[in-house]
Design a protein around this ligand. Structure first.
Ligand SMILES: C[S@@+](CC[C@H](N)C(=O)[O-])C[C@H]1O[C@@H](n2cnc3c(N)ncnc32)[C@H](O)[C@@H]1O
Length: 216
């Protein structure tokens, strides 16, 4: 008896055609759900960041992390990962002796996850994950900076790094190179490639370009 009722309801549902109003409701509902996932889980904390500067979370692969570490070999001192996600680069850098090892990340879920990973590795007291907007952070104390961001923001980031980093700083970019800079070293292939840049070399190049433009 119950099965008959269920089948009848199901067949009625299948036969029903959706009207314009229902299509509108369905579209609005789906849009709202997508927005809720985007704003609540993927990009919380980004309300004050202009849309063109918002970069979604995409974690570095093991190979990418390893390529970044290869480019940092022989270096020491403090390191900052700009947009640190679940903290994997900061944690690896901390394990390899960089101190302080700091990640800047706006998504609070990822900051918590990063601390969880660090706690599991016994390093939660040695790393620091700060829920701060990378565009507002003063980078002048960092000799090493890692960046896994989108091409759309790299041009603006070049200006910030050139203005703030100390003369002996090294920048390592993963997945996408900086658009106007020439790397001093490259590691890996395809999507796993990482690029290293010496701030001193870049400043020299910019200065000699300026002199050349002034004299010509
Ligand atoms: C492509 S993911 C890279 C994550 C991590 N560095 C890695 O390689 O695994 C970029 C990260 O930057 C964060 N992010 C984007 N814009 C930011 C901002 N203005 N301030 C802080 N974090 C930001 C995102 O939430 C995201 O987790």
């Amino acid at each position: 008896m119950e099965d008959d009722i269920q089948e009848e309801v199901l067949s009625q549902f299948k036969e029903r055609r959706l009207g314009g109003w229902q299509v509108l409701q369905l579209t609005a509902g789906t849009g709202l759900a997508v927005y809720a996932v985007w704003a609540g889980i993927l990009m919380p904390g980004f309300r004050r960041v202009p849309l063109r500067l918002q970069v979604p979370y995409m974690p570095a692969s093991r190979t990418q992390v390893s390529n970044v570490m290869t480019l940092l070999k022989g270096r020491s001192g403090g390191i900052a990962d700009l947009g640190s996600g679940d903290g994997r680069i900061v944690l690896e850098a901390c394990c390899q002796g960089f101190s302080p090892a700091v990640g800047y990340e706006l998504n609070p879920w990822l900051v918590r996850l990063a601390y969880f990973h660090a706690w599991r590795a016994g390093q939660h007291r040695s790393v620091s994950y700060r829920r701060e907007d990378l565009w507002k952070v003063d980078l002048s104390a960092y000799k090493n900076v890692t960046v896994f961001l989108a091409p759309s923001v790299l041009s603006l980031l070049q200006k910030k790094l050139l203005a703030e980093l100390p003369e002996d700083a090294l920048i390592v970019a993963g997945r996408f190179p900086f658009p106007d800079w020439t790397a001093c070293k490259v590691e890996g292939d395809g999507v796993d490639r990482a690029w290293a840049y010496h701030i001193q070399e870049l400043r020299h190049r910019y200065q000699s370009q300026d002199i050349h433009e002034e004299t010509s």
